[in-house]
Ligand binder design. Sequence first.
Ligand code: SF4
Length: 621
Amino acid sequence: MGNQQFGKILKVDLRKRSFHEIGIDKNVVQKYLGGPGFAIEYLMESKVFEYDPLSEHNPLIFMTGLLTGTSFPCSGFYSVSGRSPLTNIYGEGLSGGFFGAELRKTINGIIIEDKADSPVYLKIEDDHYELIDASDIWGLKTDKTMQNLRSKLGKQYKITTIGPSGEKMVPLASIINDHFRAVGRTGMGAIMGSKNLKAIAVKSSKKINYHDEKKFNEISKAIFLLFKNSAMADVLRNFGTNNIDYFERLADVPHKNWTLHKWKGVNDISGSIVLEKLHVRNRPCYLCPFSCGREIEIKEGPYKISNAACSEYETTAAFGSMCLISDVEAIAYLNHICNTMGVDTISAGCTIAFAMDCYEKGILTQDELGFPLDWGDADAAIKLLNLMCKNEGIGKILGKGSKRASEQIGKGSREFLTTIKGLEAPMHDPRAIYPLGLQYATSNRGACHLRGFANDLYSGFTGFNDALKISKEKSIRERTIDNPEFARDVAISQNLSEINNALGICRQTISSGSQIVENLFNLILDEIYYLTEIRISLAELMKIGERIFNLKRIFNNKCGVSRKDDILPPRLKFSLEKGRLKDKFLTIDLMLEEYYKFRGWNKEGVPSKQKLADLKIDHYS
Ligand code: SF4
């Protein structure tokens, strides 16, 4: 088995317009599997923590995971990493769809270096790479860019692109592929814009090399059928992830910028309402039997849209319950603006909620905004979102995200922030799910529900508990807020999340999949063997996850992150006056102390030399 077995990474220097292939050797696969693990090692090697995120020294790294594009279910995922222009620390986003699977057939990843003199797009067809003038598509929205490139190149090309917001280097900018699948969060689209790279189009006639394709496919097919026939697949196919009415019953949904305990509007924007009023058809990612992705349309009225993507739960809550907008069509329209302009929906919705809070308190005025911005005013939210996406008017400040906007606005507005390490917190309330507070506070890309499985553990989605020896002592639901076991469980679930992403498979494969398929982890280990001929144990697999997590932490330490940053903002801690969150003041101090101990970090949140040596990354300390 030569290097060919493990693939190659394409390095593109945009200024020199040169291409260089780097072979991936077995050791690197054993160390990181694929995906963000490769990326963070490259960012560390290049000392990117010393450079401005929008400078030519910040590479943008597209990586597929080890299983991406194979016959394994839901394996269409790729990651994009760099130093974040939103948070100034490690930045990363993952996306499904078909682009990653097509890329993996040709190359495992792309490192984009430096900056082009004028707009270009990268065309990849098997081993042929080309940078092509993009001046005629610069300025186009994401859907129009894809239409344009497909009409020029052919429908077989899979495309990932930035919209106008990425071109303008708006720090909330995302990267969009296929049917509005998004590399959201942390502003990777702004880095792409800073490099004058509009899009990447890929087509491949190649096949992935397997050590034993027949055995690999047998396992994949069995898992696919179990997933397809599960009750969870029924829920996801019908409602997507938008179970806001169910989450409301768990006191898990934030309202009015995290200040209200309850809001009737959730019943008007739930997945069942979307299914009844807007649904057109399911739009699954590559080899996905769950199909949470759906196409919607609004046939008439002010929010008329077609061929649009359905809002998932996070987006629905960010624009809906956070801004008190109870019009399901307006939320779909706001989501469509984000997708076509190329902006992250969670950060955009939360920043608008922050601005509504500031407006209510007289900190932002009608004169400054150009219009009134009352809670629940969907048309005002649309106006503001457009300004943020276009980097115009007050959008020049708010498009930087709520934390940096607050630094500019001042007047005590920081009290209304919901950010951790500069990233707006997602839409699950840690006052209802205690360990989620610890997960948010310690997540490497800032507050994140997707970098760990704390909410799944607490909700009873615990298919992986036995395999990972989580929750042995006492049921997680019975524990009080000061229980030190949370620390251990959160850390393990964060490491598992790194494995999930390094494999390039959808999160549902682990969270829902581990409930459906009893021995899922053993089957994944078998799949790794049948693909690569590398046999690893579950303990070794989890160590890979721990290694990736710690490497990202060291990168962040070098960006200035320490214990002072592993905190919750006031809005996520304070108890509410009424309801299930009454008297629930969330403190994570004890959990954090235990967490540092379990991780082998010192009191400042820096991994110890011994821990790094144990993980074989001590040369980065
Ligand atoms: S569950 Fe949803 S996000 Fe995951 S692979 Fe399927 S369609 Fe894509």
